[in-house]
Design a protein around this ligand. Structure first.
Ligand SMILES: [Zn+2]
Length: 448
C-alpha cells in the first residue's frame, strides 16, 4: 500500500503493525517517510487532492468529497500587503484543511477493512472526519473536551458520529484516545501518519502551481500541519518540480496570550515535533514568529471587511506575520504565500465576543437574552442605573426605546426594581431575584 513505509529514525522498527501514530510506539521519536519521487509535473492535472495519488498509499477504494485543489488569491485592497498570495484552505468541503487528512484516513481504513475509529481533536478534524466516515460507512466516535463549543459538537452529530466527552482540555481528550489506541483501536488525531500524508498534498499543490515561492507562512498549531506541508515540498523536490524548498515561517501566539480563546494556536506542540519544526526552520532559513492574539482578531475582521474573506482568527495570524516579515525583514511579498487554514464560521463565538465588546459571547443565546444579561451586568456592577446611561454604556447599539422596553420586562419579572427621582427619571437597582438570576447566568457563561 505504502509507496515508502514510515520508519523510526531512532530504533528502525516496523511500527505500522502496531499503530499509525506519528510518534514511534517504542521510543517516542518522530517517524519518518523518505521523500517520494513521483511523476513529472506535466503528467499531473489537478482536480482534487487525489490527483497526487502517486504520492499517497495505493488504495482499493477512495472516498472523496473533492477536497484539495483550493484556490490561491492575491491580496487586493489591503495596500501594504498587495500581492501576497493566500491559499484558501477553508474552501475545503467542511471548511478546513483537515478534509485532506480525513479523505485519506477514511479511504485507507475502508481499504484495510478497519470499520471503527476514534478521534480526538479541538474540533475541525473531528467535524471533518465525521463527514468522511459518513461517506465511507465507518463508525466514528469523537472524544471531545467538555468545554467544546456546542456548534462544533452538533456538526459532528449531524453527520451521525458519536460524541463522548472526556476531560476539560483537548490534551486530556487526546490522552484518552491514545489509551484506546494502546488497546488496538484506530486513533485519528493531528499526530497520525495518515493525517500528515493527507495534509502534505497542500505542499504538493503549491509546488505544482508555483515554481518559485520564496516564503511560506503557516500557523504553528500542534505542528502537524507545518510538518505535513514540509513533507509535501520534500516530495516535490525529489520529483524535480522545484529546485529548493521555500523558507518556512511558523506563526504562534505570544506566551501571555496563550489562554486567549483561540484553540488551534493554543494546543501545545509535542516536544519531538517541536524539535522537528526547529530543524525545518533552520534548514529552510525561516523562523518562528510570535504575534499578539488581539491583532489576529482585528486582522480577521479586516480581511472580511476589505477582502471579503471570512476566516478564523488563527488563520488570520499568518497575515499579521506576513506584515511583520515585510516591515522587519523586507521579504518579497509577491513570492510569499500564506495559508488560510479554517473558516470563520467555525469561530463565531470569538467574533461575537469581539463585535459586542463582551468577554465571551454565548453562541446560540438570542440577541434579546444577551442584551438583558448585559443590562443586568451593568446595573449589578453599578456601572449604569438609568435608561439613558445603560443605552450609552451598550455603545448605543440599539434604540433607546428598546432599552426601556428591556428594563420594563426585567422589572415585570421582578429582576430589577426602580425608583422615580427628579423629573420622572427612573433609577434601577437589581433585586435579590435579579442577583440570583445574574450570578447563575454568569456562572454558566464562565463555565462554558
Ligand atoms: Zn523508535
Amino acid at each position: 500500500m505504502w509507496k515508502k513505509k514510515p520508519y523510526c529514525t531512532k530504533c528502525n522498527k516496523d511500527t505500522l503493525s502496531i499503530n499509525f501514530d506519528l510518534f514511534c510506539p517504542y521510543c517516542g521519536s518522530i517517524q519518518n517517510i523518505d521523500p517520494i519521487e513521483g511523476p513529472s509535473k506535466n503528467e499531473i492535472k489537478i482536480t482534487n487532492m487525489w490527483s497526487f495519488n502517486s504520492f499517497l498509499p495505493s488504495l482499493k477504494k477512495v472516498y472523496s468529497l473533492s477536497e484539495g485543489n483550493t484556490p490561491v488569491l492575491h491580496v487586493n485592497n489591503l495596500s501594504s500587503l498587495k500581492g501576497l498570495k493566500l491559499k484558501l484552505e477553508f474552501r475545503n468541503p467542511t471548511g478546513s484543511f483537515r478534509d485532506r487528512a480525513s479523505s485519506l484516513i477514511a479511504s485507507y481504513l475502508y481499504s484495510s477493512s478497519i470499520l471503527k475509529l476514534v478521534c480526538s481533536s479541538s474540533g475541525s478534524l473531528s467535524i471533518s472526519l465525521s463527514a468522511y466516515s459518513a461517506l465511507a460507512g465507518l463508525e466514528l466516535t469523537n472524544i471531545v473536551p467538555s468545554n467544546l463549543e456546542l456548534s462544533k459538537i452538533e456538526q459532528m452529530k449531524v453527520y451521525g458520529s458519536k460524541v463522548v466527552e472526556h476531560g476539560s482540555t483537548v490534551e486530556e481528550a487526546i490522552e484518552r484516545g491514545r489509551k484506546l489506541q494502546e488497546r488496538g483501536v484506530f486513533f485519528a488525531s493531528s499526530d497520525n501518519i495518515l493525517t500528515v500524508e493527507g495534509q502534505k498534498t497542500i505542499g504538493l499543490e503549491i509546488a505544482h502551481s508555483f515554481e518559485t515561492i520564496e516564503n511560506i507562512i503557516i500557523p504553528k498549531g500542534s505542528g502537524s500541519l507545518f510538518y505535513s506541508i514540509y513533507r509535501g515540498f520534500k516530495d516535490a523536490l525529489a520529483s524535480g518540480w522545484i529546485e529548493q524548498i521555500p523558507s518556512f515561517f511558523a506563526v504562534s501566539l505570544k506566551h501571555e496570550d496563550l489562554d486567549f480563546y483561540v484553540e488551534s494556536l493554543k494546543i501545545p506542540t509535542p516536544l519531538t515535533l517541536s524539535q522537528k519544526i526547529n530543524e525545518i526552520l533552520l534548514e529552510s532559513k525561516g523562523k518562528e514568529i510570535e504575534i499578539e492574539g488581539e491583532k489576529m482578531i482585528d486582522q480577521a475582521l479586516l480581511l472580511a471587511k476589505k477582502e471579503g474573506l471570512f476566516i478564523e482568527p488563527a488563520s488570520a495570524s499568518v497575515v499579521v506575520a506576513a506584515k511583520q516579515l515585510l516591515e522587519k525583514e523586507g521579504i518579497n511579498i509577491d513570492s510569499t504565500i500564506a495559508l488560510l487554514s479554517g473558516s470563520g464560521l467555525n469561530a463565531l463565538n470569538i467574533f461575537a465576543s469581539k463585535l459586542r465588546g463582551i468577554r465571551k459571547a454565548v453562541w446560540g443565546l438570542s440577541e434579546k437574552s444577551t442584551t438583558k444579561f448585559e443590562i443586568l451586568d451593568l446595573i449589578s456592577q453599578k456601572k449604569a442605573n438609568h435608561g439613558y446611561a445603560i443605552w450609552k454604556a451598550l455603545g448605543k447599539r440599539k434604540s433607546l426605546q428598546s432599552i426601556y422596553q428591556h428594563l420594563n420586562e426585567l422589572e415585570e419579572k421582578n429582576l430589577v426594581s426602580s425608583k422615580v427621582r427628579g423629573k420622572n427619571k427612573k433609577y434601577y437597582s437589581i433585586t435579590r431575584k435579579g442577583i440570583d438570576a445574574y450570578s447563575k447566568m454568569r456562572e454558566l457563561i464562565d463555565f462554558l
